[in-house]
Design a protein. Structure first.
Lengths: 467, 1006
C-alpha cells in the first residue's frame, strides 16, 4: 500500500468525521435538562409543605424546644450539661436558621410573588400572614435579622435589619394580607391549606390576632408605651378570633410519618418528659386541666415532673403530656382565641385596671377550659377561677400565669416572661448562667455572612426587652 | 509436534541462510532480506530495524520479514517492544534470520499506558507503577482497592470498616477537589468502570457501603498499572485527572493447548477489637445500676470484684462475645489456550465471606471470558464479557440504631441474655437504643448487584505502520438494595422497609488511529482519537414506614408508602492526539492534547482544551566503560500538564423545585403528606455559568538501576494545583434563601515526592532475596474556596485537606492547659484540633525464595494523619473506654486560671471524663502494620512430571498479623467508618472491626 495516499485518505476521512462530529456534538451534549424536578409549580403545591414546616419547625423545632426548657415546661432525662442548663453553641441553631430562611421564608416569598403574579390574592394573603409569623418568631429569637436585603441571588452578604424595622415589616405584611383577602381574587386554597382549608375569614381573623400579638410585644420597647400598645392591641382584637374554632392550629393525622410534632418531641430517644415546674404548678393550684394536660407516670401513677439537672431516673417514673397536646393526632397551636382573650385582658389591665380586666381574664380561662373539654360552669372550674381572682397586686402575674397554661408549648410564654417577668422562673439546678433571654446566632451565618450583631450571648436582651 | 516442526523450519531456514552465505557473491550495496523471530521461532511483526550510523530503517511485516538497504559491513539494530535490542552484523548475507530474546523484566519492561497503548517503560516520560496479577491475588483481598494498599508510591488507600464487602477509598497524589470526587478512575481493558459506593439504602443503612470495583475478580487480572500524574492521564480527559488505575485482564495464547487452573482458598478471621475497661459495672458515681430496673448508659458503677448481686459475686459478661470467627472461601477455575488464529481465556470464581460481625456476609460469583481471533490478515478482534453477581448483607454501623454503638459501650456487668423480657419486649440496660442482639434478628440491609462488563475491540492494521482501533465497551449494573428494621417502641420507631434500586449504564467508545514511523534515528508515534462516553443513572426508592405485619417486609405491609424516582444522563465527547518522538533511544518527547465537551456545563463553556508536554533523557546511553557497568540504566524526566474537568453532576445549572419531605426524629417522610403533594424550591442555588475546573501539574523524575539491576530506584517530585474548582453546594448565607450554591472558585495544592526502591541483595542458584520499598510524602493545602468563605466543614483555607475542627482547650502562651476552679481544663474557642492527612506513607515488601519455598512479608506504615475516635468520644462519657479504668481523682496538669500557678485541684474521674471535649478524641493515626505474610511452596516441575499437573502450589498466609499504633486507642487506625466519601475520612465511629486472618490456598494447573 502506498503510504502517502493512505495518509491522504485518512486525513480526508478525519476532516469529514470531525465536521460531522462538531455539528452533531453540540446537540449530542444538549441533555442537561433535569427530568426529575420541575422548574415551576402551582401555589397549592408550595402551600402544603410550607404550612407543615411552619408547624413543625417554627412553632415546633429545636429553637422551640430550647424555649420550652427555658420556661420549664419540659426537661430531658439527661444529666447536665446541655441546652437545659443553658449550654448552647452557635452551631446548635444552624438547623433553625435554615428552616426559617431557606425552607419557610424563601418559599413564602416565591409563593407570594407567584400568587400576586397569577392574581391569586388568597394565596398571597396566606403567604404574607405566614411570613409575618415566621419573621416575628425569628426576631423574637434573634433580635436583628436579615430580611429586606435578603433573598437576592446575586448578593450573598446580607446586612441585618433592626428588630424595630422587622416589627414594622410584620405589621405591614399583615395589613397587606388583609387587603389581599378583601380583594378575594383567583384560586381559593382547599385541602392544601392544612390550617383552615381555605376559610379566608378565619385567615383574616388570624391576621388581626397576629397584629394584636406583635403590638402587645412592644409594651416596654424603647419609643413605645404600654398604653399605646394596649390601645393598638385592643383595636386589632375587634376583628380577631371570636371562638376556639378560629384557632390557627395544625392538626396531625397521626399515622406513621404524620405524628404530632410534640408527640415526637417526647419520643423515648430524646428522653424529654414534663418539667417539675409545670407539673407542680398545675398540681399545687389544683387546676382541673391537670389530667387533660399531664399524664401520671406510668410506673407510679403519680403526677411527677422531672427537675432539670437532677440524677436521671427511669422514664416511666415521669409524667408525659396527655393526649390533648401530646398524642399522635393532637394539634399544634400557632395562635389561638385564648391568647387573644389574654392579650385583651392584659391590654384592659393596662388601660383600665384590674377590675375591668377581671371579666376578660375569666372569659379567657373559661374558654381554655371549654377547649380542653372541661365544663367552665362545673364546680371544679368555678372553684379554680375563684382561687385565681385578680387583685391589684397579682393582676399581671395571674394573667401571665394563666396565659402560660393556655399557651403551653408556645413561644409566647417566653416572650411574656421577658416582658413582664411572669410566670416567675428560677434558674435550673446547675445553671451555667442566668435564664437565657434570646437564642444565639447560628454558626453557618457567622461563617458565611459575618455581621456585628453575631457576638450576642444567650443572656443578651432583644430590642423590645428593654430593662 | 507443533513445536518441533517449527524448530525444524527454523533449522531449515538457517541451513538455507548458511548456504546462501557461501554461494552468493559480495555486494557493496545490497537489498538485505530477513526475518525477525522470537526464541520459539514465532515471527515478530512491527520490529524496528535500522542500520547503524545511517538513516535507513524499516519495520517488519506481520510475518516478521523485512527488506532493508545495507552495505556489506553495516550493523543492524533490531528492536521490538518486549524484547532485548540486538545488534547484528549484516555481513554479506542477503537473507538473515534474527532471533530476539525476551527482554529481562526490568530492563525493557513493557507497560500499559493510557488508552491501552503498550510502551516500553524506559521510554515513558512520566511516572507509573505496575503490579502483577500474582501480587494482587497474593493479598487475598476481594476488593482490588485494598489489594493495592501500601504498594504504590503516591497512592493512599483507606478502608472504611471491617465489614465483608466494605468500601475502600483510593486517592492518587492527594485530594485535589474540595467536595467533588477525589478517587482514582478505574479502567478495565480500556473501558472506564464505575466505582460508586452503593448499598446504603438511600441513607437508611448507615455505615460504609460497597465500592463497586469489588465486582471485578482479582484472579482475572494480568496486571495493574497506576498512572499517577496528569501527563500520564491527560488522554483520559476529565475523569483521569485524579489518577488512573489501569486493569489489564488475562489472555489466552495462540497455539497453546488448554491450561486449566484451579485454586481454592480458605481463611479464618478474628476481629481486632478496641481494649476496654472491664473493672467497673453499670452505674454512676460508683452506685450500681442493674440495667433492668435502674437504667443508665454509663459504666461508672462499682468495681466488679466488690459487687455482689443477691449476695453472690457479680458475674462478668464479655460484650465482645457478640462477634464470631469469620470464614472466607474463594474458589477459582480458569482455562486458557488457543488455536492457530484465536485464543481464549475463561474463568469462574466464587467468593464467600462470613465476617466476624454476625449478620454480615459478602458473596460474589464472577464469570469472565475473553475470546481473541484474527480475521484475515488485517483484522484482529477481541470480545470479552465479565459478569458478576455480588451480594452483601449487613447491619447499620456508626452512631446509628445498629448494634455497634451500644456494643462498644456495653458494661461488663450486663447479661445480654435473654434478648427479650417476659413480655416479649427487648431488654436493654439503657434508654434510646436497640439491644445489639435484638438488631441481629430485626434489622437487615441486603445489597445485590448484577453487573456486566462487555468490551469489544477491533484492531485493523492496513499497513505495518498503522493501527486503527475501535473499542466499544459498556458497564451495566443493577443494584437492588433492601433494608428493613422492625418496629421498636422503646426508641420510638415504627419499623421501616426500603427498596432502593439503581440502574447504571455507561457506554464508552474509542476510535484510535495509531501511526508509527521511523525516520533515521527518530522514531515517531502519532495517535489520534475520539472518545464518547455516556452515563445513565436511575434510582427508584420505595419506602414503607410503619410495619404492620410481623416478619413481613414488603412495602405493602407498611402504613405509609413514599416513592421516588430520579434519573440522569451525562455525556462527554473528547478528541485527542498524542505524539511520541524518540531520538536515538535516549531522548523522548511526548505531547498530548485533548478537546472535551461535557453536557453538564453551561452551553457557553462546555468545550475546553487541555494537554501535556513531557520529555525524558536516558543519560545512561551516553555513559561508557566502568560507569556503565555500575549504572546500567539512568533516566531523568520532566513533564507539565493541564487537565480540564467537568467536576459536577448533571443538572447543577438550574434551581428546580424538589419533592418535599417531612423530616422528624422518626425519619424522613416524602410527600404526599396527609394526602397533599408538595414541592419546595431547591436549597441549592444553581449556577447557570458553570465552566470546567482545571488541574495543572509539573513533575520531575529520576530513575536508575545499579549493579546489574540489583538496585533500582525511581523517584518523582510533583506539584499539582487545581483551580476554578467546582464546589457543588458551597455554603452561603441562608438569608439569601439558599443554603448553598455551586461555584467555580476552589483551589487546592498538592506537592509531593514518591520513591520506589527495589533491591536484590542475594541472587544465588537456590536462594533469592528481593525487597521493594515505596515511600510517599504529600503536602496538601487548600488555597481558596470562595470569596468570603474560608471554611467548608473540615476543609479550611490555608490548611491541609480534611482537618478536624471543633472545641479546643484553652492554653497558656507556652502551651499548657488552663485549669478552672473545679480542676477541669478550660474550654476555649473552636479551632483546628487535628489533621487527617498523613505526613508520609511507606511500604516494604520482602520476598525470600529458597528452592521451591517462597516467603514474603509486607509492612505498611503511615506517619501521623489524625483519627477522630468516636468510640472513645462516647467511651469516655460512658466510662467504657480503657482510659477510664483508673478511677482515682485526677489532678489535671496545667496552670490554674485563678492564680497562674500549677493546678492542684483534683477532680473525680467521672466528672473529668464526662467533660472531655472534641480535642481529646483526636488521636495520632501513626501505624506500622504487618499487613501480609505469605509462605508458598511451588512443586518442582520434575516432581509433577509423573502427574497430570503442570503446576501446583500451596500457600499459607496471614493478614494484619501485627499492628503497632502507639497513639490510637482503637485496634486498627486504618478505618473510615462512614465509607469512602471525602467528609468521612479519618472518622472512626462504631464500625465493624477489621480482622486478623489466616488462610490456606491450593492452586494447581493441568
Amino acid at each position: 500500500m502506498n503510504n502517502q495516499s493512505t495518509m491522504k485518505n485518512i486525513v480526508f476521512l478525519l476532516l469529514i468525521t470531525a465536521g460531522l462530529i462538531t455539528t452533531g456534538c453540540k446537540k449530542f451534549l444538549d441533555v442537561n435538562k433535569d427530568p426529575n424536578n420541575p422548574t415551576d409549580v402551582q401555589e397549592s403545591l408550595l402551600l402544603a409543605p410550607i404550612e407543615q414546616n411552619i408547624s413543625d419547625n417554627i412553632q415546633g423545632g429545636f429553637g422551640s424546644v430550647n424555649i420550652q426548657n427555658y420556661v420549664q415546661n419540659i426537661a430531658p432525662n439527661q444529666p447536665n450539661p446541655g441546652i437545659w442548663n443553658y449550654q448552647s453553641f452557635n452551631a446548635d441553631f444552624d438547623g433553625d436558621w435554615y428552616n426559617f430562611y431557606v425552607v419557610c421564608l424563601n418559599n413564602l416569598k416565591i409563593l407570594n410573588d407567584k400568587a400576586e403574579g397569577d392574581g391569586n390574592t388568597n394565596y398571597a394573603a396566606i403567604a404574607k400572614i405566614l411570613t409575618a409569623y415566621t419573621l416575628g418568631t425569628a426576631t423574637d429569637y434573634w433580635n436583628d435579622i436579615p430580611y429586606s436585603k435578603g433573598f437576592d441571588k446575586s448578593n450573598f452578604l446580607v446586612p441585618y435589619d433592626s428588630q424595630e424595622s422587622i416589627y414594622d415589616t410584620v405589621h405591614a405584611l399583615l395589613t397587606r394580607a388583609i387587603a389581599n383577602i378583601d380583594n378575594n381574587n383567583g384560586a381559593v386554597p382547599g385541602s392544601d391549606d392544612y390550617f383552615y382549608s381555605g376559610d379566608m375569614e378565619k385567615w383574616r381573623k388570624a391576621a388581626w390576632a397576629f397584629k394584636a400579638r406583635y403590638a402587645i410585644h412592644l409594651t416596654k420597647a424603647p419609643g413605645h408605651t404600654a398604653s399605646a400598645q394596649a390601645d393598638e392591641a385592643l383595636s386589632y382584637l375587634q376583628n380577631a378570633m371570636q371562638s376556639n374554632n378560629d384557632d390557627l392550629k395544625f392538626t396531625y393525622e397521626g399515622n406513621t410519618g404524620s405524628e404530632n410534632i410534640w408527640n415526637l418531641t417526647f419520643s423515648p430517644v430524646t428522653t424529654y418528659v414534663l418539667n417539675e415546674t409545670l407539673v407542680d404548678t398545675l398540681v399545687n393550684r389544683n387546676d382541673p386541666r391537670l389530667p387533660v394536660i399531664v399524664l401520671p407516670a406510668e410506673q407510679t401513677g403519680l403526677y411527677h415532673g422531672r427537675r432539670t439537672g437532677t440524677e436521671t431516673q427511669e422514664l416511666t417514673t415521669y409524667s408525659y403530656p396527655a393526649d390533648f397536646y401530646g398524642g399522635v393526632t393532637s394539634s399544634n397551636y400557632i395562635i389561638t382565641y385564648n391568647e387573644c382573650l389574654f392579650i385583651k385582658a392584659e391590654a384592659t389591665l393596662i388601660k383600665s385596671g384590674y377590675p375591668a380586666a377581671e371579666a376578660v381574664y375569666e372569659d379567657a380561662i373559661q374558654s381554655n377550659f371549654s377547649k380542653l373539654g372541661i365544663d367552665p360552669s362545673s364546680a371544679d372550674a368555678s372553684a379554680y377561677i375563684n382561687s385565681r381572682k385578680l387583685t391589684s397586686a397579682n393582676a399581671i402575674q395571674h394573667i401571665m400565669e394563666e396565659k402560660a397554661v393556655a399557651n403551653i408549648f408556645n413561644l409566647e410564654t417566653f416572650n411574656d416572661w421577658r416582658r413582664t417577668g411572669y410566670p416567675i422562673l428560677q434558674p435550673v439546678d446547675g445553671a451555667l448562667s442566668a435564664i437565657p433571654r434570646r437564642l444565639l446566632y447560628p454558626q453557618s451565618e457567622i461563617l458565611t455572612n459575618a455581621q456585628p450583631q453575631q457576638s450576642a450571648t444567650l443572656t443578651d436582651r432583644v430590642w423590645w426587652d428593654a430593662q | 509436534m507443533l513445536c518441533s516442526s517449527k524448530m525444524f523450519g527454523v533449522q531449515k531456514l538457517l541451513y538455507l541462510a548458511v548456504l546462501l552465505l557461501i554461494t552468493l557473491p559480495v555486494f557493496s550495496q545490497q537489498n538485505l532480506q530477513g526475518k525477525v523471530v522470537d526464541s520459539s521461532g514465532n515471527p515478530i511483526p512491527g520490529a524496528t530495524i535500522h542500520v547503524k550510523n545511517s538513516k535507513a530503517s524499516t519495520i517488519t511485516n506481520k510475518d516478521g520479514s523485512f527488506t532493508i538497504n545495507s552495505s556489506g559491513n553495516s550493523v543492524l539494530i533490531v528492536s521490538s517492544i518486549g524484547f532485548a535490542n540486538q545488534e547484528v552484523a549484516a555481513g554479506n548475507q542477503s537473507n538473515i534470520i534474527i532471533t530476539l530474546s525476551a527482554s529481562s523484566a526490568t530492563l525493557n519492561e513493557v507497560v500499559v499506558t493510557a488508552l491501552g497503548v503498550k510502551r516500553e517503560k524506559r521510554n515513558l516520560t512520566y511516572s507509573t507503577q505496575q503490579l502483577s496479577g500474582d501480587e494482587i491475588v497474593k493479598t487475598r483481598e476481594p476488593n482490588l482497592v485494598n489489594a493495592v494498599a501500601g504498594k504504590v508510591a503516591g497512592v493512599q488507600v483507606t478502608s472504611s470498616s471491617g465489614n465483608a464487602g466494605a468500601s475502600s477509598r483510593i486517592v492518587i497524589r492527594g485530594n485535589s477537589s474540595a467536595t467533588g470526587d477525589n478517587q482514582a478512575l478505574f479502567v478495565v481493558d480500556g473501558i472506564p468502570v464505575n466505582n460508586d459506593e452503593t448499598g446504603t439504602a438511600g441513607g437508611n443503612a448507615v455505615g460504609s457501603g460497597v465500592n463497586r470495583v469489588i465486582d471485578i475478580d482479582p484472579a482475572t487480572i494480568e496486571s495493574i498499572n497506576v498512572l499517577k500524574g496528569a501527563a500520564a492521564t491527560a488522554l483520559y480527559g476529565s475523569s483521569g485527572a485524579r489518577g488512573v488505575v489501569l486493569i489489564t485482564t488475562k489472555n489466552g495464547s495462540i497455539n497453546k493447548p488448554p491450561l486449566f487452573t484451579v485454586s481454592s482458598d480458605l481463611s479464618f478471621e478474628k476481629p481486632l477489637l478496641p481494649e476496654r475497661q472491664t473493672t467497673y459495672a453499670l452505674g454512676n458515681n460508683g452506685v450500681f445500676a442493674d440495667g433492668d430496673i435502674v437504667k443508665t448508659s454509663a459504666s461508672w458503677g462499682p468495681r466488679m470484684d466488690t459487687l455482689k448481686i443477691n449476695g453472690k459475686p457479680a458475674p462478668k459478661y464479655n460484650p465482645y462475645d457478640f462477634f464470631r470467627t469469620g470464614v472466607t472461601s474463594n474458589s477459582t477455575i480458569s482455562a486458557a489456550g488457543g488455536g492457530a488464529s484465536s485464543s481464549y481465556y475463561v474463568s469462574y470464581s466464587y467468593y464467600d465471606q462470613k465476617s466476624t460481625m454476625p449478620g454480615n456476609d459478602f458473596k460474589r460469583h464472577s464469570f469472565f471470558g475473553k475470546y481473541n481471533t484474527k480475521m484475515g490478515d488485517y483484522v484482529n478482534t477481541t470480545f470479552q464479557l465479565g459478569y458478576s453477581n455480588s451480594t452483601q448483607d449487613r447491619l447499620p454501623e456508626g452512631a446509628s440504631n445498629g448494634p455497634l454503638f451500644v456494643l462498644y459501650g456495653q458494661p461488663v456487668s450486663w447479661n445480654p441474655y435473654p434478648v427479650l423480657d417476659a413480655n416479649g419486649d427487648m431488654r436493654l440496660y439503657r434508654y434510646s437504643r436497640n439491644a445489639p442482639l435484638w438488631t441481629l434478628d430485626n434489622m437487615k440491609n441486603n445489597d445485590v448487584v448484577n453487573r456486566f462488563l462487555p468490551v469489544f475491540t477491533v484492531n485493523i492494521t492496513p499497513a505495518k505502520w498503522l493501527t486503527i482501533t475501535e473499542r466499544l465497551g459498556a458497564d451495566i449494573y443493577t443494584d437492588q438494595n433492601k433494608y428493613f428494621e422492625n418496629p421498636q417502641p422503646a426508641i420510638g420507631l415504627n419499623g421501616k422497609v426500603v427498596d432502593n434500586n439503581t440502574n447504571f449504564r455507561q457506554f464508552n467508545n474509542d476510535l484510535i488511529i495509531n501511526a508509527s514511523q521511523t525516520f533515521g534515528k527518530f522514531n515517531v508515534n502519532l495517535l489520534l482519537g475520539n472518545n464518547i462516553i455516556s452515563t445513565y443513572y436511575q434510582n427508584i426508592n420505595l419506602t414503607g414506614n410503619g410495619l404492620t405485619i410481623d416478619e413481613f417486609y414488603n412495602v405493602s405491609g407498611s402504613s405509609s408508602i413514599a416513592s421516588s424516582e430520579s434519573h440522569s444522563l451525562q455525556r462527554k465527547v473528547g478528541f485527542y492526539a498524542q505524539a511520541n518522538i524518540e531520538y536515538n533511544r535516549f531522548l523522548n518527547l511526548s505531547l498530548t492534547g485533548r478537546y472535551d465537551g461535557s453536557s453538564v456545563l453551561s452551553k457557553e463553556n462546555n468545550f475546553y482544551p487541555y494537554g501535556s508536554a513531557a520529555a525524558s533523557f536516558i543519560f545512561s546511553e551516553l555513559l561508557k566503560g566502568d560507569i556503565k557497568k555500575t549504572l546500567s540504566f539512568g533516566k531523568i524526566r520532566f513533564s507539565a500538564a493541564t487537565v480540564g474537568n467537568d467536576g459536577v453532576g448533571p443538572y447543577a445549572l438550574n434551581t428546580p423545585f424538589i419533592q418535599a419531605g417531612r423530616n422528624t426524629n422518626a425519619g424522613y417522610f416524602l410527600y404526599p403528606y396527609q394526602g397533599q403533594p408538595g414541592f419546595l424550591l431547591s436549597s441549592t442555588l444553581g449556577n447557570p455559568n458553570l465552566k470546567n475546573e482545571r488541574l495543572d501539574e509539573y513533575e520531575a523524575g529520576l530513575e536508575f538501576r545499579l549493579f546489574q539491576d540489583r538496585i533500582s530506584f525511581e523517584g518523582s517530585y510533583f506539584y499539582r494545583k487545581s483551580h476554578d474548582g467546582i464546589i457543588p453546594g458551597v455554603s452561603i448565607s441562608n438569608a439569601t434563601g439558599f443554603s448553598g450554591t455551586t461555584v467555580n472558585t476552589a483551589s487546592i495544592e498538592n506537592k509531593g515526592i514518591e520513591l520506589l526502591l527495589g533491591a536484590n541483595p542475594v541472587r544465588s542458584k537456590d536462594f533469592r532475596w528481593d525487597l521493594t520499598f515505596n515511600f510517599t510524602k504529600i503536602n496538601n493545602k487548600v488555597l481558596e474556596l470562595y470569596p468570603g468563605i474560608t471554611q467548608l466543614g473540615r476543609i479550611i483555607v490555608g490548611q491541609p485537606y480534611n482537618v478536624f475542627f471543633g472545641p479546643k482547650y484553652a492554653r497558656t502562651d507556652d502551651g499548657q492547659l488552663l485549669i478552672d476552679a473545679n480542676g477541669l481544663p478550660v474550654v476555649g474557642d473552636q479551632g483546628i484540633v487535628g489533621n487527617a492527612t498523613p505526613d508520609w506513607l511507606a511500604g516494604l515488601e520482602n520476598t525470600l525464595t529458597y528452592k521451591q519455598f517462597s516467603l514474603s512479608f509486607f509492612f505498611d506504615m503511615k506517619m501521623h494523619g489524625d483519627v477522630e475516635n468516636g468510640v472513645d468520644s462516647y467511651g469516655f462519657f460512658y466510662g467504657s473506654s480503657k482510659a477510664t479504668e483508673n478511677r482515682e481523682p485526677i489532678v489535671v496538669k496545667g496552670i490554674s486560671e485563678a492564680d497562674n500557678k500549677p493546678n492542684t485541684v483534683a477532680v473525680d474521674a467521672q466528672t473529668y471524663w464526662q467533660s472531655r471535649q472534641y480535642e481529646s478524641i483526636i488521636q495520632d493515626g501513626t501505624y506500622i502494620k504487618l499487613r501480609n505474610v505469605t509462605l508458598a511452596y511451588n512443586f518442582k516441575p520434575t516432581t509433577l512430571a509423573r502427574t497430570p499437573f503442570k503446576a501446583a502450589s500451596i500457600v499459607l498466609s496471614g493478614r494484619n498479623l501485627w499492628i503497632y499504633s502507639p497513639h490510637f486507642t482503637g485496634a486498627d487506625p486504618e478505618v473510615s467508618s462512614y465509607g469512602s466519601g471525602n467528609a468521612a475520612q479519618g472518622v472512626y465511629a462504631f464500625s465493624t472491626p477489621t480482622s486478623r486472618s489466616f488462610s490456606l490456598s491450593l492452586k494447581f494447573s493441568f
